[in-house]
Design a protein around this ligand. Sequence first.
Ligand code: LLP
Length: 429
Amino acid sequence: MPQTDLPPFFSRTANGDLQIEQVTASAIVDQFGSPTYVYSRAAIESAFNALTDAFGERAHRICYAVKANSNIGILSVLARLGAGFDIVSYGELARVQAAGGDPAKTVFSGVGKSADEIRGALAAGIGCLNVESEAELRRIAEIASEMQRIAPISLRVNPDVDARTHPYISTGLKDNKFGIAIDEALPLYEWAHTQPSLEIVGIDCHIGSQLTDVSPFRDAAERVMKLAHRLAERGIELKHLDLGGGLGIRYTDENPPPAADWIEAIRSVVDADPLAHDLPIWIEPGRFIAGPAGALVTRVEYLKPGRHKSFAIIDAAMNDLMRPALYGSDMAIVSAGRGDGDRLEATWEIVGPICETGDFLGHDRPFELGEGDLLAVLGAGAYGFSMASNYNTRPRAAEVLVDGDTCHEIRRREPLESLWALEQVPPAE
Ligand code: LLP
């Protein structure tokens, strides 16, 4: 049974309405409509600060993984806190810049960077390209040389560590497409070292997402440090260690470690090593920062009770939040405000209006519900809106950032016509 503790900065008013900081979900829906993604600014800041505090005096950089939630309103909050960014496309770099983030504090990950993306990133003054293959390394060397620039690079090594998470979001195993096998990285570093258009600045790994145990992080850090030693023996000096993102959050009954345990697991390896003593540690967290800060608020359109199954049909769907359909993820769904409809107690399938059986946001949820009620899917701040689509020609939801008692609409609900604005009817003949 999914538990429904509210995350920090979420609470209930005396009459049971859900409140984000000091604003009720119903006030948000009255003003911005439904469904709407709602984020707490304080929650984002407090997650970022928890990581900063865990590093203490240790030199570090927190590169927020933009893919988790790439709204420029969210990015700007993080940029103001001094965050760096982890991006996986030129588009994400453009967002970072639009939000006031610093390309020099940005790392560019991803297995398929196009030549244009590499050129664009170098022109913008990217902090580091995390290289995922020999072919990419050669391409970067060539492009940088054509541009008469020196590309700052780090090899993303695949340490072959089992992150013990969902197979779709595990990235650090030999079987995964990511990174360069750790035992094949040395000759590539040696080659890069001879290239005038490349500057080796670091070493990088990212083993997966939604990890609820810190030991794989420790194992990966150990393997990365072993390689750093072999590089040092060959006179290849690193300027940072990037140990990726991946710290999990609580969706229902998971018990992820606190931020401090994650950082401590990394530091237990790195701080003890004289080679890494002064090396800044970079991390790339996405979900931990944005996930618990957000909820998808949605209205119950219809109740369809039945002897076999009872369906609550809501106005949000798999296009708004893909995680349940795509990964079978259980996300907590809580009541967020009462409508005027007659109330009915049942175990509900929480489903959207899309024409697919996979269109559900939750199974077997016991609730007393009425039509017009509001529900909130918790933990939806990461990989929620950023993975949304327009399937079934559904405009994407509005996004609202709550700051104390103030709401900022950080993305308008999409106007319908914008969905086909780039399309054309061909001539009749
Ligand atoms: N760095 C790299 C290179 C990554 O590939 C990722 C996530 C991160 C950092 C951030 O990981 P995080 O701290 O957020 O766990 N859509 C999936 C998650 C995909 C994660 C992909 N990579 C989900 O909804 O669970």
